[in-house]
Design a protein around this ligand. Structure first.
Ligand code: URA
Length: 243
């Protein structure tokens, strides 16, 4: 692939801007400054290059995980809090895409005050698959509750509770009182405010909410709130085949 096209697909600007970056000596590959925008470069996921001193990796499709901090909105156009998208480097937000939406998008949303594991991608099929109710990818939430938990609450969450907008009960796939004020809840669907509404439906209240796991993927301990990393090919594959 031509070097200018590599930069273009990765979100570094229009083809013209990308050609300019190369011509001005702002791009290095294997430590050497590249000068020809049309140079043919063997491209594969993980190819490393730098643009204006910033290290980058080529990824045909972007799959990433973000440790969402509290006080951020999962919207491109947030109403009150900063958008999670401001936590990502601009090429990830500007990657050209076939559809109308540019860049990566969050797969599902977490509330403003919820922290933890959030996946983002520019692969529309992957978003569809992960979001499909047929797919049933389990998501694990660590819930700090206001009142001490009892067996009856845990049993009700497992048996199913009715939420105001839906007569069909929603149930937890797994539910455990890890400590008197710490509930671990596994859900396979993602209704609006589902954890908060389920916990309220059994007479308790969510004080803090953190998503620790999606499928087999756990939030890496070394990833601080606000940080992101690429998913490995194996992690993407495991999520694709999770059920
Ligand atoms: N359930 C909620 O209530 N909020 C979230 O952010 C995620 C699940």
């Amino acid at each position: 692939m031509q070097l200018q096209d590599i930069l273009y697909t990765q979100g570094f600007g229009t083809r013209r801007v990308c050609a300019g970056l190369v011509q001005q000596g702002f791009v290095t590959i294997d430590g050497a400054v590249a000068t020809d925008p049309s140079a043919d470069v063997a491209v594969a996921d993980g190819l490393r290059f730098t643009v204006q001193g910033t290290a980058w990796e080529y990824h045909e499709k972007a799959y990433l995980l973000l440790h969402k901090p509290a006080g951020t909105e999962c919207s491109q156009k947030p109403s009150t809090w900063p958008s999670i998208y401001t936590l990502l480097p601009s090429p990830l937000r500007l990657r050209p895409n076939k559809g109308a939406v540019q860049g990566v998008q969050a797969i599902g949303r977490l509330d403003q005050d919820t922290t933890g594991l959030l996946l983002l991608t520019d692969d529309g099929q992957f978003i569809h698959r992960m979001g499909s109710p047929k797919h049933h990818v389990p998501k694990v939430y660590e819930v700090a509750v206001k009142h001490p938990l009892d067996d009856a609450q845990v049993q009700k969450l497992m048996a199913g509770v009715v939420l105001d907008d839906d007569p069909k009960p929603v149930r937890a796939a797994a539910c455990e009182a890890v400590a008197p004020l710490h509930l671990r809840l596994t859900l396979t669907e993602g209704k609006y405010h589902q954890v908060k509404r389920m916990v309220a439906a059994v007479g308790n209240r969510v004080e803090a909410l953190h998503r620790s796991q999606i499928g087999a993927l756990t939030l890496p301990a070394e990833l601080a709130p606000g940080q992101w990393r690429w998913l490995s090919a194996a992690e993407v594959e495991a999520l694709r085949s999770a059920r």
